[in-house]
Design a protein around this ligand. Structure first.
Ligand code: PLP
Length: 500
């Protein structure tokens, strides 16, 4: 490659109308030229005077660009010999991917070619796209009644704590979480979920998803086996896949995970991930006998159980079911909960209850992840719980969701009773509507997404091909009229795809 003479100013095109300052455009040009090997180590650069006069720009701009390049180590100055490209830049830059500046932007990679990713990232990329999650329209799963959230109370608490923001709330917080918040969570769990714990066992997380990820880091090596419910929660599939684990889909029936399956398929598994209070997505409750069998399996196999208690606050018709963790006498259960459904998902607050002897590795893994969750919102939520707003909100939402569920079931029965079969409508914020055999739920969901209906296909929760397709319909975030209107629209999509 021809070396540039120090006396010659290279043909640099500058856009004087750009929002990107001239000095920055100059800087970008030199940086790319050096990175791409068009300018070599030791090569002299034109003087500030000749650059300014040839390019008809101010000398200050040139000076600023050179100074920036120098402070970042691209250029160096020697007394007597002027300014050169730094000699520490490797001479062989061939094959370096060029980065070109865009008007006022950071620059884009123009010729990426094939890039080597980790096997874990490749596995995550295999996850299909989910058009039904791209809108907040009727039947979006996991969406609570956001318009019913007591925003006035919340805003007052936020304002109160913002005014008196203490140093301890603003500084780095405890890796395990804000202690008064953990105390409030521990009390709530012991009282309402039958969880055996004290505040030292509570680890505050950025939602359940992070709790799953941390559990996977602590408990699994790549290629370790994890028993998952089939069908099961796709978020859990992702977290375990990201950890390089092998997922073993395990059948569920009306009592939860099937015991012979646990014993047959779980011989070498390190972890079983379960949703015993309200199986995701089908909605059954794991029976007491199955809970005992699962606990025995964990003790016998020196394995762990991850209990995801994601929406147990909402049970209709029957009393709340106590947690599996509460039955565990051997410290085999890692319990996970979230505020995403009881409050709102963007709060990104969840928690785990960890057996005491596992606290050090979980603490270390949390530290390595993102250190700790926002102390401010933990402080606000501590008061929200302590002043009774949390319990009041749950009670109100339980009534509301019970009505919405009834409304949805009746809308389905009256408008699509001959097509859809409803299951799992006794708890939570969603139900499953099975499609006639042979109808692809994926194509119905895609069709529905085009008209703003969010109907999650049941097959997206399966690791193996399901026998029958269905739609997972959330009712938490849809009002009465939206339910009827949504079902009318959904009927069109189902009929288009099912030919009925
Ligand atoms: C089974 C299950 N677990 C956990 C969650 C909540 O996840 P997060 O707390 O990360 O928002 C959901 C929400 O959709 C869920 O369905």
């Amino acid at each position: 490659m021809k070396r540039m003479s120090a006396a010659l100013v290279p043909p640099i095109t500058l856009d004087k109308h750009s929002r990107c300052p001239i000095y920055r455009q100059l800087y970008d040009w030199f940086r790319s030229a050096i990175a791409e090997g068009r300018m070599r180590p030791g090569q002299r650069v034109p003087s500030t005077r000749s650059m300014a006069s040839d390019l008809q720009i101010s000398r200050v701009s040139v000076f600023n660009a050179y100074e920036q390049l120098q402070s970042e180590g691209y250029l160096e100055t020697f007394s007597g010999s002027g300014t050169c490209v730094a000699r520490t830049i490797p001479d062989d830059t061939s094959g370096f991917v060029p980065v070109r500046g865009r008007k006022g932007s950071e620059g884009v990679i123009t010729d990426s070619g094939l890039r080597r990713l980790s096997a874990r990232a490749e596995a995550l990329l295999n996850a299909p796209s989910e058009p039904w999650l791209h809108n907040l329209g009727p039947f979006r799963v996991s969406l609570p009644a956001l318009d019913q959230f007591p925003i006035d109370v919340w805003s007052k608490l936020v304002a109160r704590h913002s005014r008196g923001l203490s140093r301890s709330v603003m500084a780095y917080g405890d890796v395990m979480g804000h202690l008064p918040f953990r105390e409030a969570v521990a009390e709530h769990l012991s009282m309402f979920r039958g969880v055996r714990c004290d505040s030292s066992q509570i680890l505050v997380t950025t939602g359940s998803q992070q709790a799953l990820q941390i559990s996977a880091h602590v408990l699994l090596n790549p290629k370790d086996q994890v028993l998952t419910e089939e069908p099961g929660y796709p978020g859990a599939h992702l977290a375990f896949t990201a950890a390089g684990a092998e997922l073993i889909p395990t059948a569920v029936d009306s009592e939860g995970l099937v015991v012979p399956e646990i014993n047959r398929r779980g011989r070498h598994a390190r972890v079983a991930y379960v949703t015993p209070s309200h199986q995701y997505p089908l909605g059954m409750t794991m029976s007491a006998a199955r809970r005992m069998s699962l606990l025995q399996w964990a003790v016998r196999s020196d394995a762990w159980i991850i209990e995801d208690d994601y929406d147990s606050e909402y049970r209709f018709g029957s009393r709340p079911i106590a947690s599996l963790q509460g039955l565990d006498l051997h410290g085999r259960v890692i319990y996970i909960g979230t505020f995403s459904k009881v409050l709102f998902p963007s709060l990104r607050l969840g928690y785990m209850v960890i057996p005491k002897d596992l606290l050090p590795p979980f603490r270390a893994a949390r530290d390595a992840a993102d250190i700790f969750s926002s102390t401010f919102y933990q402080v606000v939520l501590t008061d929200f719980i302590g002043e009774g707003h949390f319990a009041r909100h749950i009670r109100r939402m339980r009534m509301l969701y019970m009505d919405r569920r009834k409304e949805l079931v009746s809308a389905i029965r009256s408008q699509m009773g001959e097509i859809l079969e409803v299951i799992g409508a006794e708890a939570g914020m969603h139900l499953v509507a099975l499609l006639p055999p042979g109808v692809s739920d994926l194509s119905v969901s895609k069709e529905a997404a085009k008209i703003g209906i969010s109907a999650m296909p049941l097959s997206s929760c399966y690791l193996k091909a399901p026998k029958r397709g269905g739609l997972i319909l959330g009712y938490g975030g849809v009002g009465r009229s939206q339910i009827h209107d949504g079902i009318r629209k959904l009927r069109t999509s189902v009929r288009t795809r099912a030919g009925v």
